[in-house]
Design a protein around this ligand. Structure first.
Ligand code: GLP
Length: 243
């Protein structure tokens, strides 16, 4: 595990963007695994800026997102497809047909999960997976559990996660109760993983995830086993982890 300690959120965003940048430079047709949430927004902005400056070309890049809410259409402002369009895809020259998210409106969610796994395999596997971390240690929407969920699956969101994500909705009642998420095994198959974290609010869970026991009660703790994990986090989030 490599830990890149940054001054603040902006610095984290720049350094994380540099990791994505080098992945694209080295492999212009790479498959990026992408995440939503507040944490990667700054990184996406830096990447979009680098595209505008002419430093980056996304025309052959492909993307798969970690997760999507069940029941929200692509044009719902809180769907993760919408988030990705707003924060990245609409600002760069990526081919929309090369961007994949689970379909939250699929009639048969189980079939959609299987289909999503096949999509990732057919695309050659993820070269670099971007991750944030939930307050309870979730990655994607893999919530604390008794066992590590392996493949892409439908998940019931915990109250903690629904409350944390309620800030993006008008009220908590509007936060979907279910989501489709890549599983832990799906995530761990990525050739490299970059975990982002920022702010005081993440310091305890980040310590548990990176230094605590590996347990499905803290899903992100499994990342300790990944051979190529890069943590890019700011001082505040890393304040309980000695340098
Ligand atoms: C959501 C997403 C996760 C994300 C997490 C943390 O639940 N499904 O992928 O990492 O929230 O979000 P934030 O970055 O806003 O703290």
């Amino acid at each position: 595990m490599r830990i890149i300690r940054t001054k603040n959120y902006q610095d984290m965003s720049q350094k994380a963007a540099n990791v994505v940048f080098s992945t694209i430079i080295l492999k212009p047709d790479c498959l990026l695994g992408l995440a939503t949430g507040g944490t990667p927004v700054g990184m996406y902005q830096v990447l979009a800026d680098r595209y505008v400056m002419g430093d980056l070309d996304f025309k052959s890049v492909k993307t798969v997102n970690l997760d999507e809410y069940v029941g929200l259409s692509e044009d719902h402002p809180q769907s993760y497809r919408y988030f990705m369009m707003e924060n990245l895809f609409s600002k760069i020259n990526i081919d929309r047909a090369n961007t994949y998210l689970p379909n939250g409106l699929a009639e048969d969610s189980e079939a959609e999960c299987e289909n999503y796994e096949e999509v990732i395999t057919k695309l050659g596997g993820v070269d670099l997976q971007v991750l944030g971390i939930g307050n309870n240690g979730h990655i994607g929407f893999n919530e604390p559990a008794d066992v590590f969920d392996k493949q892409t699956h439908v998940v019931k969101l915990t109250e903690n996660t629904r409350q944390a994500n309620a800030r993006f909705f008008d009220s908590i009642e509007q936060v979907p109760t279910d989501a489709i998420t890549m599983g832990i095994k799906t995530i761990m198959k990525a050739r490299a993983i970059i975990l982002l974290a920022s702010g005081e609010g993440k310091k305890e869970i980040l310590k548990e995830a990176l230094l605590g026991p590996i347990t499905p009660k803290v899903p992100a703790s499994v990342l300790q086993l990944h051979p190529n994990l890069i943590v890019v986090a700011d001082e505040a989030a890393l304040s309980l982890i000695p340098s």
